[in-house]
Write a protein that binds this ligand. Structure first.
Ligand code: ASP
Length: 306
């Protein structure tokens, strides 16, 4: 039987068990499982890994508690500036956007750039013009507003800090998905609102091909979450591929080396999800927890936080 499978994440970080009530934990778990199932159903019907990661990430973007799409954090100016990227491992095509506002599903814009132009990475107003031309769905500011996120910004403004998605809990809740389809094609996608109170057009690793997202049919597909500045400097997603390709490491060896050794030595907190061309899935993190879920054909669904 040909292996296929998908993994999703909703960010890594410090999540105090005390604050995550059983009710709230269930909401997160349900959100992860729903996104996973959207992607899995596509794979099950013989669909592509690219469509599966897009569908899973769209679902996570529509879920208000993760920091992407509808749940994106506020920047310093009280706006939602979002980043996303997507890549497919067969021909190494990729699309990415950064600093975009009012796009309902940034991952879908990234995919449209990849499929409908020969460009890869668009930013701000230009990316929004592309979205208009290619009839990508917009949403008004009200759609992205949440009292919880607004209060996070007020706390961050007061302390004059650029914080992770929840100042109190130091939680990255960027979202992502990786998948392998039954034709052996790999794909990865990542989407985020970045950091609360971010300024100066700050961009993290999430929209950067090679840093936050990478897919290559020779090896694996990877989507990261963590402190973007470090993940950019460590070129995390491509590094996993390179260790497998050039050094012949297995997926588990490569992700353990990068997440548990290299990033730790670098003082970089976070994690990633990865799937290799054989359907092996790894979801390592060096923080207290990472919202994550995965499913392969023939296996049970796994949903976990800690
Ligand atoms: N990596 C993201 C960034 O730095 C944050 C996250 O993973 O939540 O923008």
């Amino acid at each position: 039987m040909k292996k296929f499978g998908i993994a999703v994440h909703g960010g890594a970080g410090v999540m105090s068990k005390r604050k995550l009530t059983p009710e709230r934990e269930k909401i997160y778990r349900d959100g992860l499982e729903e996104a996973l199932n959207f992607g899995y159903q596509i794979l099950e019907k013989g669909g592509s890994s690219l469509d599966a990661v897009e569908a899973a990430v769209q679902s996570l973007e529509d879920f208000p508690l993760f920091n992407a799409g509808k749940g994106a954090v506020f920047n310093h100016d009280g706006k939602h500036e979002m980043d996303a990227s997507i890549m497919e491992g067969k021909d190494l095509f990729a699309g990415a956007v950064t600093g975009i506002k009012n796009i309902k599903n940034p991952v879908t814009l990234a995919k449209a750039i990849m499929q409908q132009s020969d460009l890869v990475f668009l930013s701000g107003d230009g990316a929004e013009k592309f979205a208009q031309e290619y009839k990508i769905e917009f949403a008004d500011d009200e759609y992205f507003f949440s009292q919880e996120r607004f209060d996070q910004l007020q706390r961050a403004l007061k302390k004059s800090v650029v914080t992770l998605d929840d100042g109190a809990d130091k939680k990255f809740s960027t979202v992502g998905a990786v998948a392998l389809d039954n034709k052996g094609n790999l794909a990865a996608a990542t989407s985020t609102g970045g950091l609360t109170n971010k300024r100066f057009g700050r961009i993290g690793d999430s929209p950067m091909i090679g840093a936050g997202t990478y897919a290559n049919n020779k090896t694996c597909a990877v989507s990261c979450t963590g402190h973007g500045e470090y993940f950019i400097r460590a070129v995390v997603a491509y590094d996993i591929h390179a260790l497998m390709d050039y050094k012949g490491m297995l997926l588990k060896e490569a992700v353990d080396f990068v997440v548990k050794k290299k990033l730790v030595d670098f003082n970089a907190e976070g994690g990633l999800i990865a799937i290799d061309k054989f359907g092996n899935i790894e979801m390592p993190f060096n923080s207290e927890g990472m919202y994550r879920a995965c499913r392969r054909n023939g296996d049970e669904t796994l949903v976990a936080i800690y």
